[in-house]
Ligand binder design. Structure first.
Ligand code: SAH
Ligand code: SF4
Ligand code: F3S
Length: 466
């Protein structure tokens, strides 16, 4: 799902941004406390940062356990059946507990998908609100505070985007920045167009103003977000293209890195590669989900590109003047996927040489066209195909990372790992690097690291003394 190359960081020094961004009125005359747990993708992570900002601005204080909270919120995901089950099991934990003035709220994609049915299934829930209605959150909270016991925000036909007075960001160095919400594609397996509503781009002026604000707050890396981030269309008369916005964000003084996710292959144009080539602050990483290597399956998925068209985009990326890393997503076991189709996925893996991949077994989702498609693939067969894909991709990543041994990379230090003087950070290409350094206090710094060894998911090395 594009969260990057994961390794267990001991601590992300979370929360230090809170103090920086706490408004003057927070804490005074606190109305209560809230607990917020987030499931799903980076867009949900960032929505939660905005929701937390809305609550803090209303005088609520964030706590780390549901027991200590008067408002308990789950920001949910419904991309696959398992994600939805996890949320219902969380909600089930409150079955035997009286509410006593406490509010349990369900936000996000499952809230939008299930709507008021959630009240039937879990009558102790007081708020159900999908992401396309978050701009109404302050109003909904006010209704609840005024005594209304069931409040909902379920409209998706809004033109609005969710912008907040303040956002309580979790990571003190890398800041998420929404540029486009919703999705106008119609992939036949996917709930997102229903759960997040239609595509809505923010004006380039609003995006760049937020980027400048983030730089003023001390962030040096920003990550532009959208389900189809490169489908961005500036609604203002300025009419900036996505690649132009990338360049403009990278030129904001103080911003050293700009990332973006997730790109849709159909809208992935050469000017994006040119922007990466032209501006070192634009990170050399593209997450470009392919889903399948078979044109027949891609057509059934309504992905709007063929295997060959996708491979052309890969060729474009691989011929760039910078060593752009490319990561992807796969779905195995889509209805009707034959062994031959699956072999085409494996051969695409070989041809594309991805630097990372997130692979999933197809999960039928409510109200999607694929849900009722014939020729479902048995679970065991999906598992077999997934295991094969993971194994092959692991080999590819091992070889690709091994080729980086001996090279030097600039790393933004984001964590300290268990061993003393072991630090962890990311390269511009979004690779995790563990490294040693005799220097203390490296969190949030940019450090040159010489790579001395590599595994499939991360690199290791030593800081270079300058
Ligand atoms: N907007 C992004 C992806 C969003 S969802 C894009 O278009 O690529 C993240 C990933 O979840 C998808 O890329 C896909 O691989 C996976 N996914 C989405 N729906 C799924 C389903 N019904 N079953 C299994 N995986 C799914
Ligand atoms: Fe889902 Fe397709 Fe939209 Fe991605 S582009 S969010 S997979 S519908
Ligand atoms: Fe994200 Fe899950 Fe919704 S992946 S867009 S939170 S369904």
């Amino acid at each position: 799902m594009g969260k990057g190359f994961d390794i267990g960081l001991e601590a992300l020094a979370a929360g230090s941004a809170t103090a920086r961004e706490t408004p003057a009125n927070a804490g005074s005359g606190a109305r209560g406390t809230f607990f917020l747990e987030t499931f799903g993708c980076q867009m949900n992570d960032h929505d939660s940062e905005k929701v937390a900002g809305v609550l803090l601005a209303r005088g609520y204080r964030q706590v780390q356990s549901p027991e200590a909270a008067s408002v308990i919120l789950y920001n949910t995901c419904s991309i696959r059946e398992k994600a939805a089950q996890k949320v219902f099991s969380r909600l089930g934990e409150f079955r035997a507990q009286p509410n006593e003035g406490r509010m349990i709220g369900v936000l996000g994609c499952l809230a939008q998908q299930e709507g008021e049915d959630i009240f039937e299934r879990a009558p102790w829930v007081g708020l159900v609100c999908g992401s396309a209605s978050y701009s109404k959150l302050p109003e909904l909270l006010a209704q609840w505070e005024a005594g209304q016991r069931r409040v909902t925000g379920l409209e998706t036909d809004t033109e609005e985007t969710f912008e907040t007075e303040m956002t309580r960001r979790d990571n003190p160095w890398r800041a998420y920045l929404t540029i486009i919400e919703g999705c106008d594609k119609a992939c036949s397996y996917c709930v997102v167009p229903y759960t997040r509503g239609p595509e809505r781009s923010r004006s380039s002026a609003a995006v760049l103003a937020e980027a400048r604000q983030l730089a003023d707050l001390g962030y040096t890396e920003i990550q532009l977000l959208g389900q189809t981030v490169n489908s961005y269309r500036d609604p203002s008369p300025r009419g900036m293209r996505f690649a132009e916005l990338l360049l403009a964000a990278a030129e904001v003084p103080g911003i050293r890195r700009v990332r973006f996710t997730t790109s849709h292959p159909r809208d992935f144009t050469p000017d994006i590669v040119q922007a990466i080539e032209a501006q070192p602050a634009v990170c050399e990483h593209v997450h470009l989900p392919v889903q399948s290597g078979s044109t027949r399956v891609l057509r059934a998925m309504q992905r709007t590109y063929t295997r060959e068209e996708y491979l052309e985009k890969i060729a474009l990326l691989r011929s760039a003047r910078r060593a752009i890393s490319v990561t992807t997503d796969f779905i195995v076991g889509f209805p009707g996927e034959t062994e031959e189709d699956f072999q085409e996925t494996l051969s695409l893996l070989e041809a594309a040489q991805f630097d990372g991949a997130f692979s999933f077994k197809y999960s039928p989702r409510p109200n999607t066209p694929a849900q009722t498609m014939a020729d479902a693939i048995p679970e065991e067969e999906k598992s077999r195909r997934l295991a094969m894909l993971l194994e092959k991709q692991r080999e590819i990543q091992t070889a690709r990372n091994a080729a980086l041994v001996g090279q030097r990379f600039e790393v933004l230090v984001e964590g300290k790992s268990r061993r003393q003087n072991q630090w962890a950070g990311r390269t511009s290409s979004n690779r995790m690097v563990n490294f040693t350094s005799p220097v203390a206090g490296l969190l949030g710094q940019y450090v040159q690291v010489q790579v001395s060894s590599a595994g499939p998911n991360s690199l290791a090395g030593e800081a270079v003394q300058e």
